[in-house]
Design a binder for this molecule. Structure first.
Ligand code: PXG
Length: 302
């Protein structure tokens, strides 16, 4: 069992220590590529269809033609999990523009590079309370929707990285970014929700957010539970006077925000709505209909 993890690289499985890309790959030289961060829970890949669709949308928006069908891409993800005998995993699926020359022109890149990494990762979801985090509001603004918008899940994360470093310097866990208009956008790698007087709100696409798959599922969960949820512009005033603020994402799952730039949010702990959604989401991720089974024997017929 001392065997190295196997990484999918351009259709082949190679040992982790041998899984490399060229220094001429435009994913590295220019951040020219797209990716997905995906999670498997107990042998089922959570919302894999949504992730694959978003990957192809990101690729389309940068005119990157992925040389696999969606079905082939789905199978490649599942096969990566099987090869590594994983049931609970974080998966990184990356498609770059491929190898080119030292010029920025993508027209010279003939073959996209595709790699898939799957690592073991246990879920933090369950009966216990969500983690409480300290946030700051970053002085960096989210990239605008008419610029390098985060609606594209591209390899260019400098906007988030600058905000994250600012949070590190301030001794906070992470940063919330405002959009170029001054409205609340999202966390560096999470979408944001707030609760005020029993009403839930989350920024809309106008704020340059990533169309998060966790966000989308939580919005639908709120509706299913009969909770009032709006996708709209949110001001910094609303953020600082909210009863509850929570962050959601594939890797982070659900995090409760205890303070923002040193000011306590609500009780400073986990509010009742956050707690309820956390508990419901913990059950939801394990439902067969929410994911794609990895192992043949576990595929439910019809
Ligand atoms: N917004 C941004 C900017 C993101 O990068 C999310 C929201 C949440 O989306 P999903 O679809 O996962 O619900 C992300 C998530 C990390 C990490 O380390 C996360 C992301 C990208 C890179 C790293 O948690 N994407």
């Amino acid at each position: 069992m001392s065997q190295e993890p196997l990484i999918y690289v351009d259709g082949k499985f190679v040992e982790k220590s041998k899984a490399v890309v060229s220094v001429f790959d435009h994913g590295l030289l220019y951040g020219d590529g797209v990716f997905e961060g995906i999670r498997a829970y107990n042998g089922s890949v959570f919302r894999l269809v949504d992730h694959v669709n978003r990957l192809y949308d990101s690729a389309k928006s940068i005119r990157l033609k992925i040389p696999l069908t969606k079905h082939e891409m789905t199978e490649a993800v599942l096969e990566t999990l099987r090869k590594n005998q994983l049931r609970d995993s974080y998966i990184r699926l990356v498609v770059t523009r491929g190898v080119g020359d030292l010029g920025v022109d993508p027209a010279l890149c003939k073959n996209p590079t595709i790699f898939i990494i799957a690592e073991p990762m246990a879920s933090a979801l369950g009966p216990r309370d969500p983690k409480v985090v300290k946030m700051i509001v970053s002085s960096y603004r989210r990239d605008a929707v008419d610029a390098t918008t985060h609606e594209i899940k591209s390899l260019n994360y400098m906007n988030s990285i600058m905000a994250k470093m600012e949070a590190n310097s301030a001794g906070a866990n992470d940063a919330i970014l405002l959009d170029h208009r001054g409205f609340v956008s999202e966390g560096s790698v999470t979408n944001l929700f707030l609760v005020k007087d029993g009403r839930i709100a989350t920024p809309s696409s106008a704020a340059g957010i990533l169309h998060g798959i966790t966000r989308d599922r939580i919005v639908r969960l709120c509706s299913d539970l009969g909770l009032d949820v709006a996708q709209r512009d949110i001001t910094p005033f609303e953020l600082s006077t909210a009863d509850e603020v929570f962050l959601v994402g594939t890797k982070s799952e659900i995090l409760s925000v205890g303070s923002i730039s040193g000011a306590q949010v609500g009780s400073g702990g986990v509010g009742p709505t956050t707690k309820r959604l956390y508990q419901e989401f913990s059950k939801l991720v394990l439902r067969p209909e929410e994911g794609t089974p990895v192992y043949e024997a576990e595929r439910v017929s019809a």
